[in-house]
Write a protein that binds this ligand. Structure first.
Ligand code: NAD
Length: 480
């Protein structure tokens, strides 16, 4: 059985307390590896290594830092197939998805920020003829990066890459549910010659390792992606310590389908936006609002398409829906389907545990569920499920749909389907979400601000936003 290790001070090491936790393969339900059940002492060692590595890394010319990060990007690309297999096994997602989306994006994250830093500039302000001000953007020090299980290497590197590119050193914690590709990344960094202490990866539980990173006095910036409740807990610790905080949290994203949309293009993408990665993407559109004249046509075509999604072994090429990440999460999602029934919903398809034949018989699979007849204010339509469950709701006009779409405490992303360009802009401006896609979904340009409003988060990632977060802006005023 494979045994994962922490990556501290440039080397792989066992947890100081000598304790380990199991890693499961969601597709079989079996334990297949062990990961360090680290303690605050491991975080201390990582923070010390990062603090010591900081001055030299921060002072290194940006071009040289970029070369280190580009070497890591190259290795991720070279090892794409192995990393994708590891990601699929660890998370349950279809191998095809890990190969085409997760791993290429992890490499792209490093490449994007390695080159971005070469083009970064800061502002100057002339105060009439009296003085000139210029802004220095300097790295903060040690950044704490904490990431979730749904897009493991993709989201882990989305934080680490800008933090390192900007000249910070990092103490990072991947989700204990999906630690494997972060562990592989440690070996890649060692092989790529990243200086010791620049990146440190500590594995373990959120309440132990994550909390120790959040509270550590030598880690002045925390970048977190995960659940809203966890984000609130992190803020409670970090705010009185005046740490810089970036929080990317949960969502309950609306998809707005107007009757004048391009139906075929819409249908393909809306199926994907509801059920990609078993619905375990924070951007998935789980509440689908359909303009009333199109409702029945949409519902019937959508349900046909969803019924055709093959649920099964993530390694099979034809699999559209792999396993959900854990037994606990499977029970949570099934619990929401039961709740939807109690709330008066009609389950049109799916929502059952699936036991594929063969090696996956004990895996954690759920058939994708489509539910109608639920009021927009009910719990099923207000709480984040984060699984393969989508609800359908008819609407009459823009005001009606905006009121329902904006009714949740979340505000991460939305997508709008219409051929009327004026309406598209008008609706986009009134949606309370950090991201709006018009006639598309999850079309990503890494330069754009990424993040949510309301309880979906604080701050933005992506492009300059990320580099701004990971630097301290200082104004120098020179009297002329
Ligand atoms: P989670 O909040 O349970 O865990 C996320 C990370 O935080 C893990 O590494 C975990 O170990 C750690 N953690 C847990 N408790 C902690 C604590 N007290 N202090 C510090 N760290 C702690 O979330 P999850 O279940 O792994 O991920 C699913 C959630 O993530 C969903 O709500 C989803 O919407 C959200 N998410 C948001 C985005 C986004 O960009 N907004 C992207 C992906 C996932």
């Amino acid at each position: 059985m494979e045994q994962l290790q922490n990556y501290i001070q440039g080397a792989l090491s066992d947890p100081l307390g000598g304790a380990w936790m199991p890693v499961h393969e969601p597709a079989t339900g079996a334990v297949y590896a062990r990961l360090p059940d680290s303690t605050p002492a491991d975080v201390d060692a990582a923070a010390k290594a990062a603090r010591e590595a900081f001055p030299a890394w921060a002072a290194m010319p940006a071009e040289e830092r970029a070369r280190h990060l580009l070497r890591i990007a190259d290795s991720i690309e070279e090892q794409r197939d192995d990393l994708a297999a590891a990601e699929s096994r660890d998370n349950g997602k279809p191998l095809q998805l890990a190969t085409s989306v997760d791993i290429p994006r992890a490499a792209k994250n490093f490449r994007f920020f390695a080159t971005a830093i070469l083009h970064a500039s800061s502002e100057a302000h002339a105060t009439d003829t009296e003085a000139i001000n210029y802004t220095l953007r300097q790295p903060i020090g040690v950044a704490g990066c904490i990431s979730p299980w749904n897009l493991p290497l993709y989201l882990f590197t989305w934080k680490i890459a800008p933090a390192l590119a900007a000249g910070n050193t990092v103490v990072a914690k991947p989700s204990e549910i999906t630690p494997m590709t972060a562990f592989r990344l440690s070996q890649i960094c060692i092989d790529a010659g990243l200086p010791p202490g620049v990146l440190n990866i500590v594995h373990g539980r959120g309440a132990e390792v994550g909390a120790a990173i959040t509270a550590h006095p030598d880690i002045p910036a925390i970048s977190f992606t995960g659940g809203t409740q966890t984000g609130a807990q992190i803020a409670r610790t970090a705010a009185p310590m005046f740490k810089k905080l970036s929080l990317e949290l949960g969502g309950k994203n609306p998809t707005l389908v107007f009757a004048d949309c391009d139906f075929d293009a819409m249908l393909d993408t809306v199926v994907r936006s509801a059920f990609s990665n078993q619905g375990e993407i924070c951007l998935c559109g789980s509440r689908i609002f359909i303009e009333r004249p199109l409702y029945e046509t949409f519902r019937d075509a959508f349900v046909d398409r969803v019924r055709a999604l093959r649920v099964g072994d993530p390694l099979d090429e034809g699999t559209a829906q792999g396993a959900v990440v854990s037994e606990e999460h499977m029970q949570k999602v099934l619990g929401y389907v039961a709740l939807a029934r109690e709330e008066g919903g009609r389950v049109l398809c799916g929502g059952e545990r699936v036991r594929p034949e063969g090696r996956c018989a004990d895996g954690w699979f759920i058939s994708p569920a489509v539910i109608e007849d639920l009021p927009f204010q009910c719990r099923t339509n207000q709480e984040e499920i984060f699984g393969p469950v989508a609800t359908l709701l008819p609407f009459d006009g823009e005001e009606d749909v905006l009121a329902m779409a904006n009714s949740t405490p979340y505000g991460l992303a939305a997508s709008v389907w219409t051929q009327d360009i004026t309406r598209a802009h008008r609706v986009a401006a009134h949606l309370q979400t950090g991201i709006v896609w018009i006639n598309c979904w999850m079309l990503r340009d890494l330069r754009t601000p990424f993040g949510g409003m309301k309880q979906s988060g604080v701050g933005r990632e992506g492009g300059w936003e990320a580099l701004r977060f990971f630097t301290e802006a200082r104004n120098i005023c020179v009297k002329l």
